[in-house]
Design a protein around this ligand. Sequence first.
Ligand code: ADP
Length: 172
Amino acid sequence: MPDPKPSGRVRTGVYPGTFDPITLGHLDIVKRALRVVDRLVIAVASNDGKGPIFSVEDRVAMVREDVKDLAVNGAEIVVTQFGGLLVSFAEEVGATLILRGLRAVSDFEYEFQMVGMNSRLKPEIETVFLMASDRHQFISSRFVKEICRLGGDISQFVTPAVARRLERQLRS
Ligand code: ADP
């Protein structure tokens, strides 16, 4: 596994989330994040109150598989699990930015509060919001799981590898 500590003067950003599982919406944000940072640490939350259906190890494995070809032009992507306080983790890996995706108004309230709290805890770390393309903006892990559970086609929302894992997890 690559060292999550930075080398030299690179701009490092952390993209935290539950990724239960990673969707094309998350991947859209990862691609955009790579235009902003040289080194992206995708931090998969291990202590999540959302009750994920995949273990943190499985979620990390799916993210790794999905992003493996995205690091181009010298950019670096590190995928790792994290627990505890996000701002402390960000500092530990040398990140100056936290990257989050924003979907319409539904995410705003929660994200707004999180930025406020995090900036009190660690003012030197900036949070940057990115929006996915129209095609990907509405995708959420929660609805993908629901559609899959009900036997619907999830191929436009996740990669084939993730779709297979979801079907195995939810339909067997
Ligand atoms: P969390 O539990 O931290 O919200 P998620 O895996 O649900 O974890 O989301 C991680 C981040 O990715 C959040 O900032 C979320 O808003 C963003 N995100 C998820 N899906 C999309 C999408 N379709 N478009 C834009 N941002 C998204």
